[in-house]
Write a protein that binds this ligand. Sequence first.
Ligand SMILES: [Fe+2]
Length: 390
Amino acid sequence: MSRTASVLTLPVSALRPGMFVLAIVRQLGQKEVATSGYLNSEQQIAELVAMGVQTVQICPTRSRKSTEQQVASEDSPQEKCRSEGNTLKIKRLYSEARELQEKLLSQLKQGEPIDVGPLAEVAEEMVDTMFTHGDAMLCLARIRAKDAYLMEHSMNVAILLANFGRYLGIERAILKELTLGGLLHDVGKIMTPNAILNKPGKLTDEEFAIMREHVVHSREILGQTPGITPVMLEVASHHHERMDGSGYPLGLSGDQLSLYSRMSAIVDVYDAVTADRVYKQGLQPTQAFRILLKGAADHFDGILVNQFIKCLGVYPVGTLVLLSNQRLALVIERNAEQPLKPKVKVFYHATARHYLDVKVLDLAKAGCSDTIESVVEPRDYGIELEPFIG
Ligand SMILES: [Fe+2]
């Protein structure tokens, strides 16, 4: 089972002997520091601090004690560290869901019976967390591995569906079904050849016909799986149907498509076009909104498209923005009242091109004169956003 997702980014103050350091994320000064290996003593940690190291990535699975436990147990009693504890919880949930998905997919590939119980439990926890830390979950959903598209896409469809459903006022029990439906909606792709699934260019008609079959396979697999509800089946069976009947596999239209089916179609397209793939960069959320709005006339439910855009906000969490003072910042929390003024995490000087001390800034706070100038691409500045999530 891959644990590559289990990488934690920690401030140097949270380091403890026994942890396995993968890389230095942020360092002031020029002194060269060995970038990976075990931390054997407090002295070694003090040396890192002295050399200006501020943030590092560690690997919990290679660490000699459970790093997550170490960090969590130190954080929980202290008010000042509460937000970091929440971030760890969300990252844990995310990696648990990914691992369970991976296990389930490999069981399916080997023709073994599957048990969706553990994944259902994680889906429940994800929804409960969404109510308290929705923005943090969405932020994590924007950062994805390019090489594990099926799993990342399913995770994100689940998180986006839960968030969208919550925005629409759908009851929590149904949100949990939507979340599990999202996690499982593309399981039929295990039957699709990799050459077609990962083909960089346009699919031929023949290849597209094979690709479309994944919906039928998903339905067949889930139809025989205990614990799958009608709502989950709708998400899996109808996410490629379109309001004008041009979708597949059944060509359903209008009233034949339930609210959950319509939501799934919107969320599925949004995540697909914003996803970074090995062979192409994903679109920015604002560009994806344009595609959805264009399709609102015939493919999607126009009212729901508008609600989805409102739900994610003008600057969805996880977006990198350029501020009026030439700083780059990551949107970390929406502001429903003033959507142009979210809470951001400032960490880079765009003109001087260097990292800054990380600072959380509420653009709506009285006295704050900074504003968002534009949405920018992390790759234009050679920036990885992952270390700044959470
Ligand atoms: Fe699909």
